[in-house]
Each structure stands twice: as C-alpha cells, then as structure tokens.
Design a protein around this ligand. Structure first.
Ligand code: TYM
Length: 332
C-alpha cells in the first residue's frame, strides 16, 4: 500500500575517537540501506560521549566529524533526519523521568558498564552507570520501531524495551516498544590482533582496529599484520579460526559477497594474498567516503545550518512524546 506510513528506524553513534570498520560494517552501513524502507532518524550521541573524560575542543571537532561522516557514507538529509543529541533538550529531560522507571539492579548488570567502569577504576561517573537510560530516552522519544545496532548494544536495547513496557503498563500505552535490528553480516567485527575481542576504537593497540579514515597504505599494512593461525586454509570457522573468519566477514561486507562466495574465492590461496585482498577491497570501498567527508568538513557553516535545521525537526517529534509523558506522570 503506497500511502501506508513507514516504520521508524532510530540509531546513534558516539563521537568518541575514530570510527572503525567495526562501526561501519557492524552498524552504519545498514543505516544507509534502511533509508529505502524506513523513516530513519540518526543521531550523533555527544551526551553519551561525556560519560568518559573528554577534551572539550576535541569533542566539538569530533561531533562535526561524526556528522560529516554520516553524510559522506550516504545518509541522505533529504530523506532522513540526522541531528546532534545535545541540540535536542528533550533527551536529557526524558532521561531524568525514565530514571524513575529503571532499577539499580538492572543497570548494574549491563556488561558494557562493568567493562568500562573496571577500566576507569576510581571515581566512576554516575553518567556512565545511567548511560542506558539516556539511550532508552533517545529511542523512545521518536516512537522507534527498530533500532539497527551491532551486537554489543543488544543489552541496552533490551533494557530500553523493559523500561518502555514498565511505563506503558504503569500508565497506558505511551511508547512504541522497539526491536533491535542486526544486519546479516558484520554485527560483530573483531579485533585484528585479538580476534576473540570486538574491534574497538578505544583499543590501545592501533593495529587492532582499522579506522574509516586511515589512508590506504595504513589499512593494507594493518590487514597484513592481522593475526591468523597456522592451519593455512581460508575457511569460515569462528571457533577454531577466529582471525581468518573475522577477515572473511570483513571481506564479504566490503565486497558485497556472501561468506560462502568469499571462501570459494580464496580457496587454495595463501594467507598473504588473502590479507592483501581484504585490505585492498576495504580501502577501495572507503576512499570515496573519505573524499566526500573532507569536502563536507571543509564547510562548517553549512554543517552548522544542517545541524540546526535537523535538530529543530527532531525536537518537534520529541516534544510530542515528552508532553504526553509529562502529562501521564503528573508533571505540570
Ligand atoms: P557506539 O558509538 O559505540 O557504536 C555505534 C554503532 O557501532 C556498532 N559497533 C560495532 N558493530 C559491530 N562490530 C563492532 N566491532 C562494533 N563496534 C561498534 C555499535 O553496536 C553501534 O550500533 N550507545 C551507543 C550509541 C547510542 C545509541 C542510542 C544506539 C546512543 N543512543 C540509541 C542506538 C540507539 C554506542 O555507544 O554506540
């Protein structure tokens, strides 16, 4: 039915550090294709970024970079909303209200909190603990139907669903209860150095991740150094050959093939040739994105205008939900 309202897809990325090909193939690339089927809303989550220490000037610059990168990789502002979280005040407001529908126990169980707080040691910020509630507010403000994410954010969408259901049953249906959405491949891109771990932009070892903005030579060098095994066969077997399987997954995302097709392509080839081909394919896919990224970033005035325009549109939608929530809770 042509006039049927499309469902809403919502997702966000933090402007912290560089974006890796894990972010790209695990989540961001799906965002681009979802634009055909859904009303899409994407956010640069800078309020989430301050849950760990930030240098203000760097955070500001990275927020522009994240925004420009989303546009460069194919988020189309004519079709989708792309805005910056701190420019829509309703996020912080709903987050406070939802804090009162969330339990300490459920937040304590979040694995990302456990990992990050362990790394921080002393003086863990309340914001880091409360981070999933802000994420729930992001999603629920827009009555989102699906949330495209990588596997590491699954728990956060589950708690968002619990909060929404709790609120709906305490009052009356208010929030759409969202479903997590994972792409077919790439939901769990692993470190190139320790393929048991996810690829992370905060890894101390720069050879463990490939940034979307690394130059071609750097990308190829990192793939050449990727950890494999001594079995000398290009086979998809994440249990026994995690390094090779991760490279196959990355290759299939970059080349647009299935894993089986990728395995067939490299049948009988040595690891050296295989790693070089993965590096070249990823680099060739990302070079045009980098060119467009630089072009967009060179005009901050235009980016500022787009941000303002998009945040106004986002705030209009968000306010409708927030007003409803306040009325139900009894807030004047
Ligand atoms: P963030 O900024 O850490 O990551 C952005 C997206 O990239 C995915 N991702 C990966 N996918 C596969 N393999 C990897 N190695 C990998 N690394 C990262 C993440 O799963 C994520 O989808 N809290 C969120 C941002 C956020 C959000 C939201 C997301 C804030 N509000 C509302 C969805 C809805 C985060 O820190 O993602």
């Amino acid at each position: 039915m042509e006039n049927e309202k499309k469902q809403t897809a919502y997702s966000a990325i933090q402007p912290s550090g560089t974006f890796t090909i894990g972010n790209y193939y695990g989540a961001l690339k799906n965002w681009v294709t979802l634009q055909d089927e859904f009303d899409c809303i994407f956010c640069v989550a800078n309020l989430h970024a301050i849950t760990v220490p930030q240098v203000p000037a760097e955070l500001r610059q990275r927020t522009y970079e994240a925004y420009a990168l989303l546009l460069a990789m194919g988020i189309d502002p004519e079709r989708s909303l792309v805005y910056v979280q701190s420019q829509v005040h309703q996020h912080a407001e709903l987050s406070w209200i939802l804090n009162n529908f969330t339990y300490m126990g459920e937040l304590s169980r979040m694995t990302q909190y456990k990992d990050k707080s362990q790394k921080q040691g002393k003086n863990i910020r309340v914001g880091l603990f409360d981070y999933p509630v802000l994420m729930a507010a992001d999603i629920l403000l827009y009555q989102s139907d699906i949330v495209p994410i990588g596997a590491d954010q699954k728990q956060h969408v589950e708690i968002c669903r619990d909060i929404a259901e709790r609120f709906n049953s305490t009052f009356s249906p208010t929030f759409t209860v969202p479903e997590p959405y994972f792409g077919t491949a790439g939901a769990r891109i692993k470190s190139l150095q320790e393929p048991e771990k996810k690829m992370s932009k905060s890894d101390q070892n720069v050879n463990a991740f490939v940034s979307m903005l690394d130059d071609k030579d750097t990308m190829i060098r990192k793939f050449k150094r990727a950890v494999t095994d001594s079995l000398a066969q290009v086979k998809y077997d994440p249990e026994n050959q995690p390094g090779v399987s991760n490279l196959l997954e990355i290759y299939s995302c970059a080349a647009g093939t299935t894993i089986e097709e990728a395995v067939a392509e490299f049948d009988g080839k040595g690891y050296g040739d295989f790693k070089l081909a993965v590096g070249e394919t990823v680099a060739d896919a990302l070079m045009p994105v980098q060119d467009e990224f630089r072009r967009l970033l060179s005009d901050k005035k235009q980016l500022d205008e787009m941000m303002r325009d998009n945040s106004e549109k986002a705030a209009y939608i968000a306010e409708k939900t927030l007003r409803k929530v306040k009325r139900k809770v009894g807030l004047l």
